[in-house]
Design a protein around this ligand. Structure first.
Ligand code: PLP
Length: 451
């Protein structure tokens, strides 16, 4: 008997509000409102403690790529727990799930990204990246190359390192972020910040801020640039086509390391195994998590190129996590990747699901509140605006007409997410055309109810 079966929702909510501190939440508000309590899920649908069924337009937190309720993953976890529930990978030990997963990721990743350092999450992996790129340059005899350039409104996690790489003002306002040695340039957000420029000119201008920042800091002080191929948590900001080629040119010209944070864009979300392939960029390191296990187990990591990995290998890298390469998480990730490959999920996203979503999502652009309706692969967003023609922004004060907070929206039994004045989705990759149609009609209803 589970608590869900014996306690009514109000009791569960009271317990939750009394004892459970939620991430990215004003917990005091939960006492009055009560958290939505999710009890089960199957495919792309969630069930809550009142029995309501919702379409999960966010794949959890951008992670349940193969959908909920896949028995094979439960079996893989149970099998691995029976055989070897835990062992570490420190101090010259290894185990089959971790080494097999590393080899599989080396096969899937482009170019010479052939080496994997495991972590428990995307945040931890980005902390690894900070230390790894600095250690790389130290071993190259250039220890002063420590500064990492990142972007405002980028998201790279919530640890001291990940939160510092991220450019979220609300996070930097609390707890001493960012740590030293991390600087930010502007994001390529044309709709919100592009003014009178064409998207192409704006994309170039924003990319060139990287060059300006490198010259300002002195290239001899710059270790790396980190960015998400498409910003997710920042509001599904899709860069103009001119942006990434220019970034690649600058990275190549100055010889700094490029870290692609693929925590959201990895594992099929943009119609390729990795978002970097979709933009034809050549990172030295890719951060992975989320879709690696479809969220069934916590696991993250860094996929690292030959040059960096071989250099790091010259000395002991004094870094690692108890759960680096956790055998159960690795076994589940392997099974997840097997299913994705066997079912051709990435190819189907590219040829069928993403084009269908793109067309359906774009149909929302005629709504009076919608300034742009854009998507790339299985990530999509709307800019909400009081005036389409001038691309006016809603004020970000609670109580303002059209104000939307950073929270989930559950209206009409559809989970979407608000980020400032953007409304975003990133559904499981296995969503069907019928469910996309249902998602779009519920999203339209929610927009109609927004005033
Ligand atoms: N990087 C990106 C691009 C993310 O979207 C996230 C999480 O949303 C992270 C890193 C952090 O991952 P985690 O929450 O697993 O620490």
């Amino acid at each position: 008997m589970t608590l869900t079966n014996i306690a009514p929702t109000a009791e569960l909510q009271a317990l939750d509000a009394a004892h459970h501190m939620h991430p990215f939440t004003a917990n005091a508000a939960l006492g009055a409102k009560g958290a939505r309590i999710i009890t089960r899920a199957s495919g792309v649908r969630l069930t809550d403690s009142d029995g309501a069924e919702l379409i999960d337009g966010m794949a959890g937190l951008w992670c349940v790529n193969i959908g909920y309720g896949r028995e094979e993953l439960a079996e893989a976890a149970a099998r691995q727990m029976r055989e070897l529930p835990y062992y570490n990978t420190f101090f010259q030990t290894s185990h089959v799930p971790a080494l097999t997963l590393a080899a599989r990721l080396a096969e899937l990743a482009p170019g010479d990204l052939n080496h994997v350092f495991f972590a428990g999450s995307g945040s931890e992996a980005n902390d690894t990246n900070i230390r790894m790129v600095r250690q790389y340059w130290a071993l190259k005899g250039q220890p002063e190359r420590r500064t990492i350039i990142a972007r405002r409104n980028g998201y790279h996690g919530s640890t001291m390192g990940g939160g510092s790489l991220g450019g979220m003002a609300a996070m930097h306002a609390q707890g001493g972020l960012p740590i030293p040695g991390i600087v930010h340039i502007d994001q390529p957000y044309w709709w919100g910040e592009g003014g009178d420029m064409t998207p192409e000119a704006f994309g170039l201008a924003r990319a060139r801020q990287l060059e300006e920042k490198i010259l300002e800091l002195g290239v001899e002080n710059v270790a790396a640039f980190i960015a998400e191929p498409v910003q997710g948590a920042g509001g599904v900001i899709i860069p103009p086509d001119s942006y990434w080629p220019e970034i690649q040119r600058i990275v190549d010209k100055y010889g700094i390391l490029l870290i692609a944070d693929e925590v959201i864009t990895g594992f099929g979300r943009l119609g390729h195994w990795f978002g970097s392939q979709s933009y034809d960029i050549r990172p030295h390191i890719m951060t992975i998590a989320k879709g690696l296990s479809s969220g069934y187990q916590p696991i993250g990591g860094s996929i690292v190129c030959d040059e960096v990995a071989h250099t790091i290998a010259q000395d002991e890298f004094n870094h690692g996590y108890t759960y680096s390469g956790h055998p159960v998480a690795a076994a589940v990730a392997l099974e997840n990747l097997r299913i994705m490959e066997e079912e051709g999920i990435v190819a189907r996203v590219q040829s069928e699901t993403a084009p269908y979503l793109a067309k359906a999502w774009a149909s929302l652009a005629d709504h009076p509140l919608v300034g742009e309706a854009v998507s790339r692969g299985m990530m999509a967003s709307l800019a909400l605006t009081p005036d389409k023609a001038s691309r006016a922004r809603f004020a970000s004060d609670p109580g303002t007409v059209g104000f939307v907070a950073r929270e989930y929206s559950f209206g009409n039994n559809l989970v979407m997410r608000h980020v400032g004045d953007r409304l975003i989705i990133a559904p499981p990759l296995v969503i069907t055309p019928d469910d996309i149609d249902a998602l779009i009609s519920r999203a339209r209803k929610t927009l109609d109810q927004t005033h």
